[in-house]
Design a protein around this ligand. Structure first.
Ligand SMILES: CC(=O)N[C@@H](CCC[C@H](N)C(=O)O)C(=O)O
Length: 382
């Protein structure tokens, strides 16, 4: 069956209620498989790897394989949308819109289970985009094997674009990121005797302050970078000197070279703080698969040309964004294109209030089904 707009909206609402953190998406995987099992399986096969589900469609011509990826994980955010179909999982929410991503993927998949594709297709329902580079893990597991795509596509929803608008650009779409996890360890003590302790609130505060000089003093002003420290935890009460400070953050840069330069400066500052405060520092800089998302010139040219010349599609050329995506890893292995789908919300991605407009779903399915059909027709003639 080809899923209708109403059926897709119902599926999206069911998925929205069961958000799960990366690598724990068991209920989501079960739901996805139950939907996939209802589809025509004349040319469909699927397999799983951990919480990932990979669906392969045998095309009329089996010499090419086109890939389509969706992520399936939610975030540790407590939903505040007030929607009747809000999250049933306390403290977890599809605050990055991966419920929309999955639904669009199911819509496209259902179409090609009824209209046999001209070439093979591999649909990847990938875990852990937010926290554990699920795409990289899946790729490195070897599970894709003979279903490995020759080119691949994915989108991220964008609250800043009107519902259904397709946004894309040649070159870099998203930044590469790198997580920062720093623990400074000194000596706790009585607030009245600082000379007998080694205060990690002060050491941590110097770290936070000095980090601010990286973007202003080390990043070429013509280029760009971000270092955000979003979490600082130290001490227990006002009259006890803290012996430990834990600080977490993220680096963002549009090139891998700049990401590595910022990583080097973060490491140097952490080590220098440890030396000057005579404390220990344990610094973990973790990039995983969050490479810059670099669109391939050929697939992106085809994609943009199709979207611009299709009258039902509203296309906007977008600027690079400092959001990260582990699709960057897959694009470093497989040529392809990442794009935005507008979902029109006053709230940003990761907000507890984010409520994407559902009219984007069918527009996304139609635009992508049309593009993939055109692309596969061309590939089958090659
Ligand atoms: C689209 C989006 O919001 N992606 C996440 C990716 C997280 C990368 C990694 N865990 C990090 O924090 O560096 C983002 O925060 O941009």
């Amino acid at each position: 069956m080809i899923l209708s707009e109403q059926e897709l909206i119902e599926i999206r609402r069911e998925l929205h209620q069961i958000p799960e953190i990366g690598m724990e998406e068991f209920e989501t995987q079960k739901k996805l498989i139950s939907i996939i099992k209802k589809m025509n399986n004349e040319w469909l096969e699927f397999k799983t790897w951990k919480t990932a589900t990979i669906v392969h469609l045998r095309g009329i011509d089996e010499t090419h394989t086109v890939g389509y990826r969706t992520d399936i994980d939610g975030l540790p955010v407590t939903e505040e949308t007030g929607l009747s179909f809000s999250s049933k999982h306390k403290g977890k929410m599809h605050a990055c819109g991966h419920d929309i991503h999955m639904t669009v993927a199911l819509g496209i998949l259902s179409f090609f289970t009824e209209q046999r594709p001209n070439v093979n297709m591999t649909f990847i329902f990938q875990p852990a985009e937010e926290n554990a580079s699920g795409g990289k893990q899946l790729y490195e597991s070897g599970t894709l094997d003979s279903w490995m795509p020759d080119e691949i596509y994915a989108f991220h929803d964008n609250p800043g674009l009107k519902a259904g608008v397709i946004g894309c650009r040649q070159g870099t779409l998203f930044a590469g990121t790198c997580e920062i996890h720093a623990t400074f360890t000194g000596k706790s003590g009585h607030a009245a005797f600082p000379h007998n302790a080694n205060d990690m609130v002060v050491a941590g505060a110097y770290f936070v302050t000095q980090i601010q000089s990286i973007v202003s003093r080390n990043v070429d002003p013509i280029q760009s970078g971000v270092v955000t420290l979003g979490h600082f935890n130290a001490g227990t009460t006002g009259n006890v000197i803290a012996g430990k400070a834990q600080i977490d953050g993220t680096i963002r840069a549009l090139t891998q070279e700049m990401n590595l330069l910022i990583q080097k400066r973060v490491r140097k500052i952490a080590e220098s703080i440890a030396e000057s405060f005579e404390c220990e520092v344990d610094l973990d800089l973790h990039q995983g698969g969050y490479y810059p998302v670099e669109n391939n010139s050929e697939t992106t040219k085809e994609f943009i040309n199709y979207m611009m010349s299709t009258k039902e599609v509203v296309f906007e050329e977008t600027k690079p964004a400092m959001t990260g995506e582990d699709f960057g890893f897959l694009l470093s292995k497989i040529p392809g294109t990442m794009f935005w789908l507008g979902v029109d919300s006053p709230y940003s991605l990761h907000s507890e209030h984010l409520a994407p407009k559902e009219e984007a779903i069918m527009k996304g399915v139609d635009a992508m089904t049309g593009y993939l059909q055109a692309r596969m027709t061309k590939l089958s003639k090659k």
